[in-house]
Design a protein. Structure first.
Length: 368
């Protein structure tokens, strides 16, 4: 069954409109259409990208029903996530697997909206990691990456400059989202970071990763971890799942990151040289996050969650943050004796070869 998110319509309207208009009654109807019997208890859970509900079944147990946002992933990409979760569970990695429907599949449709069910997991997201928790989470991520690396092929968009910056920038340009006075600066900074990604990612291992492993996607209960929300699963550098768990730059974060990696390396070797990718990945995430908000702005949940999005002040702040991040990336590169010449995208120039500072000193000031 091929996904038809972007073009198909049900008899009641487009899938996106129906997704935004989901009601508890429709959720319960979907669960029962999947072969399960429900009580009339249905609670929305905190999720912006998808619609997620806790539903009580007639025997008293509770499950989580996840309705996938139309246009994000096609059927095969969603099922890839389901297979990965099952592979992790089979290796005793604590994740929340997708529960098969009574007739066997893990994915169904209602009104052309894909949905799945999973068992409810309790716990809380840790506010921060101490040395013990960082070590244990590192062990868990190392085990997760052992499983992930066994199947490097993926039908999902990789984490790189093309998919996280250049394609999103094309969308921003087409829809004229950024105020004209800021657009040039924003695009130059974003393209600069994409150019760094092109060069610095070369030669580093990539495989399936969680992709969004901030602490909000980690549950802690009875001193045990569970990893949640693999919706952003994608092929990418493993260090992405390291820095998002510990995103700071301060000395304490660096100490906790070392504890994390000491746990990780009990199960899997970690290429310490890939830590140099963190600031480039941070830049990719800045752009991806802003474009994510822009593409979802038709959704009332986003308008209430980010009321200042789209204002001149918002884009001014985003532009400054992105320019600052590009400077951080440049300085890190220079400190390693590298100088990557970034194309002048306004002039349509071509990017130069990777050079050593022994041969060439780039005048970064000309990029602003």
């Amino acid at each position: 069954m091929e996904s038809t998110w972007s073009s198909s319509e049900s008899s009641q309207g487009r899938p996106t409109d129906l997704f935004l208009a989901l009601t508890p009654e429709r959720v319960l109807a979907a669960v029962e259409a999947g072969g399960l019997k429900c009580n009339n208890l249905c609670y929305p859970l905190n999720s912006f990208e998808n619609r997620v509900y806790e539903v009580e079944l007639t025997e008293g147990s509770r499950i989580v029903a996840k309705f996938y946002r139309p246009g994000r992933w096609n059927e095969s990409q969603i099922l890839e996530e389901h297979r990965f979760l099952q592979q992790l569970a089979d290796a005793d990695v604590p994740v929340c697997t997708v529960r098969p429907f009574p007739d066997g599949p893990t994915l169904k449709q209602i009104d052309n909206i894909y949905y799945s069910l999973s068992d409810r997991r309790g716990g809380r997201a840790p506010d921060e990691l101490n040395a013990s928790l960082a070590h244990r989470l590192g062990m868990l991520v190392g085990r997760m990456h052992n499983v992930a690396a066994t199947d490097p092929d993926s039908g999902r968009r990789p984490i790189d400059g093309e998919h996280f910056i250049r394609q999103p920038l094309a969308w921003l340009e087409e829809h004229r989202v950024i105020p004209q006075a800021l657009e040039g600066r924003y695009f130059r900074a974003a393209e600069g970071i994409a150019d760094y990604a092109d060069r610095t990612f070369v030669g580093f291992e990539t495989h399936r990763i969680h992709g969004d492993l901030h602490l909000g996607n980690v549950l802690l209960r009875d001193n045990l971890f569970n990893i949640l929300d693999f919706d952003d699963m994608a092929p990418g550098p493993p260090v992405q799942d390291v820095w998002l768990a510990l995103p700071g730059r301060d000395e304490e974060t660096l100490r906790m990151r070392e504890r994390f990696l000491s746990g990780y390396e009990q199960f899997r070797l970690f290429d310490r040289s890939s830590l140099r990718l963190i600031e480039v990945l941070r830049g990719l995430r800045l752009v991806r996050y802003a474009v994510w908000l822009a593409r979802r702005w038709h959704d009332p949940a986003f308008q209430s969650g980010w009321p200042h999005f789209g204002t001149v002040e918002y884009w001014d702040g985003e532009t400054r943050d992105l320019e600052d991040q590009l400077e951080v990336v440049k300085k890190e590169s220079e400190s390693r004796g590298e100088s990557i010449v970034v194309a002048d995208h306004d002039a349509g120039g071509e990017a130069e070869e990777l050079l050593s500072n022994k041969d060439y000193f780039w005048d970064w000031e000309d990029e602003s």
